[in-house]
Design a binder for this molecule. Structure first.
Ligand SMILES: C[S@@+](CC[C@H](N)C(=O)[O-])C[C@H]1O[C@@H](n2cnc3c(N)ncnc32)[C@H](O)[C@@H]1O
Length: 403
């Protein structure tokens, strides 16, 4: 999954180094090596999600192998999210492990980091600089980074089967709206696989520079795709993107964009999305989870609000708890049933009696425009085998359905 991997600042490198060292119990490591490790590891591993197993029906049941002579811990046919770390495993045998809970040392380190962050928040002057015109910072971001900054997501249709369905030759007229589309790394892979002559993809971003990048891409085919500048938290005339009216969208995609909004914008954004999506239509969602290494490694002067930060390049990022996210979109508390755990995403929803007191309660369950289809926590342990470093990543992924 190509989340933004903002260039790592020296402070972040130091933090990453500290986390990694602490998590492994290693002594001091060469900071230059850690820097390149952190960057390349984060970027390469975020290209793939790890939660597909819950929703990807494989034609042949996947078989898990642990034969060291035969590419151990692989599934055949290959499926994401199937490399489980057991007590017998050597953690440094592979680059990444799926569904790994953080260890106590990392938890303790995270809490200390949060205290440090809260103790040195962003100054009021900088708050208004960064919150006043967030698109400006994303424009700068796209000016400074090539379109290849986010990797293409070939896994998307595996993760969200509805994206396959709308691309079938006989699916009929279907409209996808991608919000915060960036350089088009989600829209273009969908377009490349599309076999539906009546598919339209609207790829919107509030960064004009990002939209220009998409429009200049050689794969930009106006028969099927339209890239536009649109702020998902826009109001009045700006509350819908060009060319899309109420209830015109079959599937909305939000991949690492909701975290870029300030909590004060969440409701407006959801109201706007709700107006555009047809009843029964789907929202496909992926974003940062609470406790992700990217959150823990923030140092002084980056804290805007609880779980909300400014990166070194001026872009903002929020880290969600699973229950909080479900509540924000559906007004409901998610309750995981049985012993299968969060990864099975078998959920029921119950009324929230304390809605008014909770900032995440933007809607009551009755007036919320969406219901929960599923929400999974995607936890990965990324390993630098050469340097014996461990890095914990956490993302949330799921779907909401328009009532
Ligand atoms: C982290 S990037 C993700 C880009 C893309 N979804 C991807 O994963 O490759 C976040 C994107 O959201 C866009 N964005 C942030 N706030 C937005 C808003 N209020 N409305 C529309 N786009 C926004 C940014 O310009 C940026 O392109």
């Amino acid at each position: 999954m190509a989340e933004p991997v903002a260039p790592i600042t020296p402070a972040q490198v130091a933090a990453t180094s500290a986390v990694a060292s602490l998590a492994t119990g290693d002594a001091a490591t060469d900071s230059k090596a850690v820097e390149s490790t952190a960057e390349s590891t984060v970027e390469s591993t975020t290209a793939e999600p790890a939660t597909s197993s819950a929703e990807t029906p494989a034609e042949v049941p996947a078989h898990r192998s642990h034969d060291p002579s035969n590419n151990a811990k692989r599934t055949d046919p290959f499926m994401f999210g199937q490399r489980f770390l057991t007590q017998e495993d050597n953690v440094f045998e592979y680059n990444a492990w799926d569904h790994v809970e953080t260890d106590d040392a990392f938890k303790e380190y995270s809490e200390k980091q949060y205290e440090l962050q809260r103790g040195s928040p962003v100054s009021d002057f900088d708050k208004s600089r960064f919150n006043g015109d967030p698109a400006k910072w994303w424009n700068l971001f796209y000016k400074n980074n090539t379109a290849n900054f986010f990797k293409d997501r070939k896994w998307l249709q595996q993760e969200f089967p509805v994206l396959n369905e709308v691309c079938e030759p006989d699916a009929g007229p279907k409209t996808i709206l991608e919000i915060g589309a960036g350089a088009g790394n989600t829209a273009f892979p969908i377009l490349a696989r599309n076999r539906n002559p009546h598919l339209r993809i609207h790829a919107c971003d509030f960064s004009k520079t990002a939209v220009d990048v998409m429009r200049k891409d050689e794969a930009y085919d106006t028969k099927h795709m339209q890239a536009d500048v649109w702020d998902v938290a826009g109001t009045g005339d700006e509350s819908a993107p060009p060319g899309l009216g109420p209830a015109s969208v079959d599937v909305a995609i939000l991949v690492f964009i909701f975290s870029a909004l300030s909590p004060s914008q969440w409701k407006q954004a959801i109201d706007n999305v709700a107006r555009l999506v047809k009843p029964g239509g789907m929202v496909c969602f992926r974003d940062y989870g609470r406790g992700d290494l990217a959150q823990v490694r923030f140092r002084k002067g980056r804290y805007l609000e609880e779980n909300f930060y400014i990166r070194g390049d001026g872009t903002r990022v929020y880290f969600f708890e699973k229950d909080e996210l479900v509540k924000i979109w559906t007004g409901a508390i998610e309750k995981v049933e049985g012993a299968e755990g969060a990864e099975k995403v078998q959920t029921t929803v119950e009324a929230d009696s304390e809605a008014a007191a909770d900032p995440a309660a933007l809607f009551t369950e009755e007036d919320a425009p969406f219901t929960l289809e599923n929400m999974g926590v995607d936890r990965r342990l990324i390993v630098n085998r050469a340097m014996k470093l461990k890095m914990y990543r956490c993302w949330l992924q799921g779907r909401f359905r328009r009532k």
